[in-house]
Design a protein around this ligand. Structure first.
Ligand SMILES: [Zn+2]
Length: 253
């Protein structure tokens, strides 16, 4: 078994467990509830989940998506979030291991799932989610020393400036939560990977907005959930960033 395949399997398992935590984050953060207490319980009957009911994906499938206590159905997005976290982490590890940029990429993927789900649900991205991610990123970047931090500051400055510009010019199409999220992406990927992520975000988000206008589904003052586009763009930047710059002949410079 090759090392990158082994890393993929390992991060797939870790990703499933973190995905299980993300379901708690997505269910509780929009209402300002704590993600650590009380422990996981059925939202219908309050039954506290035992170890056998907390295994990612397996527990959901074994109980056929229902609470074992009261039979209330558990929304399918719980399963989708766990699967996405596991599969995405496995794919990133397989593609990027042993490069140091694997770790910011994993962080962006997991934060992207939570930010997208919450933004789709309540049309905002909680500050506490982005602040927690920034703190974890600072620890991850410590491995790279001073150079890593400088790139993070450059990337954050570049993407926050661009995000602010779009937020001001686009008047409400992009909110301050989106700008802060873009700043995190810039810090995680540095200026070059960040620019690729920004380009991919603007392209996909822009095409979506144009499609809404063209089909007459856009309404005045309508707030588009931008987080899914930023999340997708961040993955393009994380995985393909160096390749894109190599095509331009600029990565090594
Ligand atoms: Zn129940």
């Amino acid at each position: 078994m090759s090392l990158s395949l082994l890393a993929g399997v390992w991060w797939g398992v870790v990703g499933l467990a973190l995905g299980s935590f993300l379901t708690v984050v997505i269910a509780r953060l929009p209402d300002g509830r704590s993600v650590v207490s009380p422990p996981s319980h059925c939202p219908s009957c309050g039954h506290r989940l035992g170890p056998g009911e907390l295994v990612p994906v397996v527990s959901y499938l074994a109980a056929r998506g229902r609470c074992r206590h009261c039979g209330a159905s558990i929304p399918a997005w719980y399963l989708a979030v766990e699967l996405a976290a596991g599969a995405g982490s496995a794919a990133l590890a397989w593609l990027l291991f042993p490069a140091a940029r694997l770790y910011p990429a994993l962080l962006l993927w997991l934060v992207g799932i939570a930010a997208s789900a919450i933004d789709l649900k309540v049309r905002r991205i909680p500050n506490v989610l982005l602040a927690a991610a920034a703190a974890i990123l600072a620890a991850v970047l410590a491995v790279g020393g001073m150079r890593g931090y400088l790139a993070a500051v450059e990337g954050a400055a570049l993407l926050s400036a661009f995000g602010l510009l779009v937020a001001v010019v686009g008047r409400g199409g992009m909110g301050m939560g989106d700008v802060k999220y873009l700043t995190l992406v810039g810090a995680a990927l540095g200026p070059r990977g960040g620019l690729v992520a920004l380009y991919a975000t603007m392209l996909t988000g822009g095409l979506y907005a144009i499609a809404l206008l063209a089909t007459g589904r856009a309404r005045k003052g309508m707030r588009i959930a931008f987080a899914p586009f930023i999340a997708a763009g961040s993955m393009v930047g994380a995985v393909l960033g160096p390749e894109v710059w190599r095509w331009y002949g600029g990565w090594a410079a």
